[in-house]
Design a protein around this ligand. Sequence first.
Ligand code: NAG
Ligand code: NAG
Ligand code: NAG
Ligand code: NAG
Ligand code: NAG
Ligand code: NAG
Length: 323
Amino acid sequence: MHVLPKLVLIWELCVVDKGALAKGLQLENVTVPEIGLFGGSETLRCDFQLGSDTLYSLKWYKDEKEFYRIVTNARSNNRLTPVVFAQPGVQVVGEKSGLHQVVLTNLTIESSGIYRCEISAETSFRTITKAGNLTVIVPPERLKPTISNISNMYHMDDSIDGNCTSFRSRPAANLTFHIHDTKVDPSSLIEYGPVSESGGLLTSVLGLHLVVGHQHFLNGVIKLKCTATIGKLSWHQDLVIEHRNFYNSHVASAGHRGLSGSGRTVAHPQVLVLFGTLFLGVVSSLGLQGIMMFLSSLLSTLCSFSSRPRSSRRPLIIFTWGE
Ligand SMILES: *[C@@H]1O[C@H](CO)[C@@H](O)[C@H](O)[C@H]1NC(C)=O
Ligand SMILES: *[C@@H]1O[C@H](CO)[C@@H](O)[C@H](O)[C@H]1NC(C)=O
Ligand SMILES: *[C@@H]1O[C@H](CO)[C@@H](O)[C@H](O)[C@H]1NC(C)=O
Ligand SMILES: *[C@@H]1O[C@H](CO)[C@@H](O)[C@H](O)[C@H]1NC(C)=O
Ligand SMILES: *[C@@H]1O[C@H](CO)[C@@H](O)[C@H](O)[C@H]1NC(C)=O
Ligand SMILES: *[C@@H]1O[C@H](CO)[C@@H](O)[C@H](O)[C@H]1NC(C)=O
């Protein structure tokens, strides 16, 4: 550097008061995304206000090595010329980058690091800098973790002995099991360390071991969820486990078997009333009594169709046929 600019800088610092400086160049935000996805793109932002200053330079550093620079060229009428310096894992999309943002693409593990924006003013020679961390992750191979060796139906007192696996990510995903949105107690979990895979990737496995009890069921099912988490990102796999006995005694008789079920089965009382009445009407050879009864029960059936709440069940109306 010249001797002259340094002298000017000293002069400026002595003469210009701090209030006037504060109204000049101001670096508002440097925004670096916390997480980037492997192979993806991310935008780094550097928001500043020049105030009464003119920009001398804008520079971006990754881990203290400069990779992007814009310097004002006073001779060519303040035209700004971006320069990119090659660095492993740093691929700048030139056409999308400028004074206030730099777009990185083809992110790799090497792209992780501390990104710092530094701006300098021409008149005041003020230099301000701010940084942020970017961590590039490789999401799990299938995104959702896989629940294995867990059936979707158990008897009471059966033991569940299964695994949740999140394949090939970086870093290793954290796994958790939830039953009805309550975290499973560590005493029922088996922690297996992550397994190293090719390409520096890691597979996480979490074991679940528990004996099925009444406390696990809610409305006849166990809602099991395994979640894989990397930083703020997460993926989950759900499994609904049914109670085998509960299914046999309640679910099957509640509609699937319909009229062939036991005496407690009341599928559609109105239909039964209608058929019963028709039958009786025919038997009485359309005598006055039969026709009257047909009409009255038809009327009551129609009324009950329109007024009956869906969930309530009316008792079957029983007609007796005497002399
Ligand atoms: C700086 O960040 C704050 C908080 O995120 C936001 O409110 C403000 O608008 C940002 N400023 C600029 C110039 O982007
Ligand atoms: C990403 O890298 C691949 C090869 O390494 C290249 O073909 C592709 O053009 C790059 N993508 C961008 C947007 O630069
Ligand atoms: C970036 O991460 C490192 C450790 O990985 C930490 O020491 C540093 O404070 C972080 N910097 C920012 C700006 O978040
Ligand atoms: C898978 O589950 C069954 C039934 O719960 C259990 O008997 C078996 O041991 C489990 N398999 C392994 C490899 O643990
Ligand atoms: C769960 O994974 C561990 C580690 O890979 C394995 O040793 C174990 O047999 C698996 N258990 C079941 C039930 O699949
Ligand atoms: C997993 O959880 C631990 C403890 O909460 C945390 O320190 C770590 O950063 C988490 N790892 C990932 C990949 O999110």
